[in-house]
Design a protein. Structure first.
Lengths: 312, 277
């Protein structure tokens, strides 16, 4: 309605003629093209980010509407620092991040090296390796819950047939085993993604470098450490940063696989935030915790950036 | 290199086989499970190839459960979000790839920040905002955030593709009297088709698989997507693994087909989006 009113006025008609007639300056055209993108980002991303910051300084409880929205300063942050459950879940997230990213990287590099050595059928194997990444983490969590099932799960059955165990292991019933099971599922989901980024990096390394290394009498291992790893540095950094940021906010996979249990053994920080927000309806405290998650993520990103910059 | 010595070939073949088994075995087990009857599921010893393959679980997915509705919701939400996101992102990417304007760097950094923000951080304000707009449990309420959070990756991929299109083509069109918008539509868009498909597939996969936003912004079956539907599913008695694995298989098939069709483009997009972003 408003747009139509503008069109009817002389200025609106002139503006539209200029747009259709191509009489805009580059800056004006850019503004026009970026406008829809800007509107979406401003409304559904930038505003929520600042709103989360603002909410983190208030009390907001959906189950106690009479309390209102009082400003409490940094009191929520003080509460978080004294909250043993918050620290526990931060610990789970840090362990989860270190273990899964290290496993994904090691396995991903191995997969990339294997595919890179292939002569025929590379496309098919690459497609197979791509599939785990395409499965929704929440569905992968369901799937792995079934694979790790104590009575009818395939993992227990295979271990039994191989003679490794004499009785059923209750994987998701003990804190250490459940944590292990979740990291296995997470590694399966993202190792192939790492592999594909690293593979693209490997394919960019000129063959001559390996030839001259072997002429110089370098062993394959020496060629790997002297040629492959340094030239792969960018791909390694990118894949590590992306996977680390992903692992720090892990929620879907533990939600579906263990719901954070047994007890809170696999309760990641994101899952803890989710529970505080939507189960205890403590929106203010949830916002505070989620701001802390951003700070942790920024600290990791900053550290990676420093390591990358210092070697240049 | 590896082709010369027989031993090296055998080792490589074994390694390749283990990559394929590691990637596919969990799927295969899931599909096998979905074809078993409830009785065979808990038989001891565990059977692998189903003894009496049956499609009963697939029938149950649609007849006794709302999974058909969830799949339909996922299709509608994902296709609309992907189309809208591609349209908006291609306009922005054209500006980033071709035009000089003030604030370009600031906007790119802004996109990077949005791409980095954990969804759990914005989910509460998003919930309040969408509730305020009266869009809880609606397609639009899901599509708007999905478009927003897919924009950065789509813009990064499309900008990289647009840059590869030779400037001369466009300049020739401009000299021939085309307007810039016309040039974008007639010259750039057709040449950018591979880029649009790449970005489209990646946005499709992210949106189809998204969980947290869909979980938070839906409380009824009206707009609930398949990921949430499966995650929240609880059987009446024992956990109904037959139906769950059938639903997981059905929810994964569209993505698998898409990926197999566009494999090369997807890998290009993953690396372009990752390295240039």
């Amino acid at each position: 309605m408003a747009a139509r009113a503008v069109v009817r006025t002389g200025a609106g008609r002139r503006a539209i003629r200029r747009i259709l007639g191509g009489q805009l300056t580059e800056g004006e055209l850019a503004a026009l093209l970026l406008l829809p993108c800007f509107l979406f980002l401003a409304t559904f991303a930038v505003y929520p980010i600042f709103n989360a910051l603002w909410t983190s300084l208030h009390t907001l409880r959906l189950d106690q509407p009479h309390v209102g929205f009082p400003f409490v300063g940094l009191r929520n942050f003080g509460r978080a620092f004294g909250d043993a459950n918050a620290w526990h879940s931060i610990g789970v997230t840090l362990r989860y991040t270190v273990v899964t990213v290290a496993a994904q990287f090691t396995l991903g590099l191995a997969i990339a090296l294997v595919i890179n050595k292939m002569v025929r059928g590379r496309g098919l194997v690459r497609a197979a390796a791509l599939l785990p990444w395409t499965m929704a983490p929440v569905l992968a969590g369901q799937m792995w819950r079934w694979l790790f099932n104590d009575q009818a799960g395939v993992i227990n059955d295979l271990m039994h047939r191989a003679g490794l165990t004499s009785q059923q292991i209750i994987w998701l019933g003990s804190p250490a085993l459940a944590f292990f099971a979740v990291t296995v599922a997470a590694t399966w989901g993202a190792a192939s993604y790492m592999a594909l980024i690293l593979l693209a990096g490997l394919q960019g390394i000129p063959e001559e470098l390996y030839e001259s290394a072997s002429l110089d009498g370098a062993s394959p291992f020496r060629a790997f450490t002297a040629v492959t790893l340094p030239l792969l540095r960018n791909a390694i950094m990118v894949s590590l940063v992306l996977r680390t940021l992903g692992a720090l906010q892990a929620l879907d996979l533990p939600f579906a696989m263990t719901a954070g249990g047994p007890g809170n053994a696999t309760e990641t920080f994101a899952l803890f935030i989710y529970k505080n927000t939507f189960e205890f309806l403590d929106f203010g405290y949830g916002a505070t915790l989620s701001v802390m998650l951003v700070v942790i993520a920024l600290a990791f990103a900053g550290t990676y950036y420093k390591v990358l910059a210092s070697r240049d | 290199m590896a082709g010369r010595r027989p031993l090296a070939r055998i080792v490589l073949a074994l390694l390749v086989a283990s990559v394929v088994v590691w990637s596919l075995a969990p799927y295969v087990w899931t599909i096998f499970t979905s074809l078993k009857t409830e009785r065979e599921l808990y038989q001891f010893p565990v059977t692998y190839w189903p003894k009496a393959p049956s499609l009963i679980n697939y029938v149950n997915v649609f007849t006794q459960n709302p999974f058909g509705r969830f799949l339909l919701n996922s299709v509608i939400v994902t296709l609309s979000s992907t189309a809208l996101c591609l349209f908006i992102a291609s306009l922005a990417a054209y500006a980033f790839a071709r035009l000089r304007f003030k604030g370009r760097e600031v906007l790119l950094v802004g996109l990077l920040v949005v791409a980095m923000i954990p969804l759990i951080t914005v989910i509460v304000p998003l919930y309040i905002l969408v509730r305020g707009l009266g869009l809880l449990n609606s397609y639009a309420g899901l599509i708007a955030p999905y478009v927003t959070y897919s924009l950065p990756v789509a813009i990064f991929i499309l900008t990289a593709f647009f840059r590869e299109i030779p400037h001369e083509l466009e300049e020739a069109a401009l000299i021939d009297g085309c307007t810039r918008l016309n040039a974008l539509w007639r010259i750039i868009a057709p040449l950018a088709a591979p880029g649009l498909i790449t970005a489209g597939i990646i946005v499709f996969v992210y949106t189809w698989n998204e969980f947290l936003v869909a979980l938070t912004l839906t409380s009824t079956n009206a707009a609930r997507t398949i990921t949430v539907g499966i995650a929240l599913y609880r059987g009446e008695f024992a956990f109904p693994w037959g139906v769950i694995t059938a639903a997981v298989t059905l929810a994964t098939i569209p993505i698998m087909v898409l990926i197999l069709l566009g494999q090369r483009l997807v890998i290009k997009g993953l690396t372009a989006g990752a390295i240039k972003g």
